[in-house]
Design a protein around this ligand. Structure first.
Ligand code: UD1
Length: 440
């Protein structure tokens, strides 16, 4: 479905009007050059939502120019948040001003485009004492319930009703601190409850909190607004809520998923990429695992250099897991790489139930992959071959670009909204590193 770009352009004027619907990659060229790593998609979304908590100005730097950012900007603008964008050498900057928030002005169509819009629940409850939004959308990669979010907000005194696909939440007497144990370290639930807790009266403890670097980035911004949060980076976050929140100026964390994705692209093409702003340590166990697969990653001054090891690509066994485990968002890009690694690899997905939808597309390109339940078994082939493939989710899209770059012949991709949701100007950045890639 082609998104209606008009509300997006109004809120995020940098969003391109005439983006091509088809991407053509002619593979076999080594990627050599500099590919700047943008701010993290998964960090910027909760950071933008945090601006709803304060009437003061929140400035975010290093904002990635992605479709999800444009969609969230349009949602926030409807809610009454003003935004001023500027383009700098270091990416986009935005100053958000949520002087007056009108929680009733939610755009249901925009909410259903993106899972992260569920974060509006915690922030609107905290700021306005009410929120009403349809069930959020996002990638079709699993059940992705919001029960942890709802249970946590109820523990903080909110009334939350779910009926007819709409979430209705109120906390007119204000939220209060609570002791919350998450059944799983959910990234979104941790962020939502953190956003709510900084405005709730009293102490909130979030146990079994997710530890993804994007959560630490959100906490850092909230702390610079005046929030008191202990245990950042650990499984227990303790928040002394109810303090007045000022504005903040915050630079968004570099995108570790873009880093891992481009490292795979450098390795599959036998090229060498310099990835400014990236840091290897953000990859957690993905760094040693990629290394074992023949993806050399080296921290250098101001970034990372990635290339294929001289010993070539080798099969590995990987299991996705919460941070610092192997990121589920790198599972499909890694699978594209392993499709041409020597020997047999296994990839087990433990976070989402339906995150193998790229497998059928990779098979069209000659990959030898068998799926049994949540594990894929990959027998490396010498080369993938070009084909006509469809992007089924954000990370599948990146996997197919990697496969196309490493394949012989021409690969044609459609379903590019998925790519645009998560990757900042990928086509242009790849072309600057020697890829034969066009979009029309
Ligand atoms: C975030 C990321 C996404 C990443 C994922 C896991 C953003 C915008 N998205 O998604 O890119 O793939 O973390 O690292 O940051 N669950 C429930 N009930 C809930 C909440 C979650 O059952 O209330 C389940 C989900 O169905 C899933 C698992 O918990 O199986 C983990 O999901 P979660 O960490 O919440 O992922 P998201 O925050 O949606």
């Amino acid at each position: 479905m082609t998104p209606d770009k008009s509300p997006l352009l109004k809120a995020a004027p940098w969003w391109r009007l005439s983006t091509g619907r088809t991407l053509v990659v002619r593979g076999g060229r080594p990627l050599i050059g500099t590919y700047p790593i943008s701010g993290a998609k998964n960090a910027v979304l909760p950071l933008m939502v945090s601006a709803l908590l304060t009437p003061h100005l929140v400035t975010l730097r290093n904002v990635p120019a992605t479709l999800d950012v444009a969609v969230l900007a349009a949602l926030l603008q409807k809610l009454g948040c003003e935004m001023h964008w500027s383009a700098t050498g270091a990416g986009l900057s935005v100053t958000l001003s949520a002087d007056r928030v009108q929680p009733g002005r939610i755009d249901p169509e925009l909410v259903t485009r993106m899972r992260a819009s569920v974060l509006l629940l915690g922030a609107l409850l905290a700021r306005c004492g009410e929120a009403r939004l349809p069930m959020p959308g996002g990638d079709a990669i699993g059940l992705r319930g919001i029960d942890f979010h709802v249970t946590g907000l109820r523990a903080m005194g909110a009334t939350v009703e779910l009926a007819g696909g709409v979430i209705e939440a109120t906390a007119h007497g204000g939220l209060r601190g609570a002791d919350i144990l998450l059944p799983l370290p959910s990234v979104g639930a941790t962020e939502n409850l953190l956003l709510a807790a900084v405005s709730a009266k009293g102490t909130t403890r979030i146990r079994n909190a997710a530890r993804e670097p994007e959560i630490a980035d959100l906490a850092a911004c909230l702390i610079s607004m005046g929030a008191r949060i202990d245990g950042v980076g650990s499984h227990v976050l303790t928040i002394e809520g109810g303090l007045p929140l000022a504005g903040a100026i915050h630079a968004v964390l570099p995108d570790r998923i873009e880093l891992g994705t481009l490292a795979c692209a450098a390795a599959i093409t036998d090229g060498e990429l310099s990835l400014p702003h990236a840091r290897v340590e953000l990859l957690g166990v993905a760094a040693p695992l990629l290394d074992a697969a023949g993806v050399e990653l080296r921290d250098v001054d101001g970034g990372v250099v990635a290339r294929r090891a001289s010993s070539g690509l080798a099969g590995i066994d990987l299991v996705t897991g919460p941070y610092p485990g192997f990121a589920t968002d790198l599972q499909s890009p890694a699978m594209a790489l392993l499709a041409t690694a020597s020997g047999v690899s296994t990839v087990s997905e433990t976070i989402f139930e339906q995150r193998f939808r790229h497998v059928d597309e990779l098979r069209k390109m000659g990959a030898d992959i068998a799926v049994h339940g949540r594990t894929a078994r990959i027998r490396g082939v010498a080369r993938l071959r070009g084909g006509n493939v469809t992007c089924t989710d954000v990370r599948a899209a990146a996997a197919l670009v990697i496969a196309g770059l490493g394949a012989t012949g021409k690969t044609t991709l459609d379903g590019l909204d998925h790519l645009d949701r998560g990757y900042d100007r990928m086509t242009e950045k790849l072309a600057a590193c020697g890829a034969d890639i066009v979009r029309f």
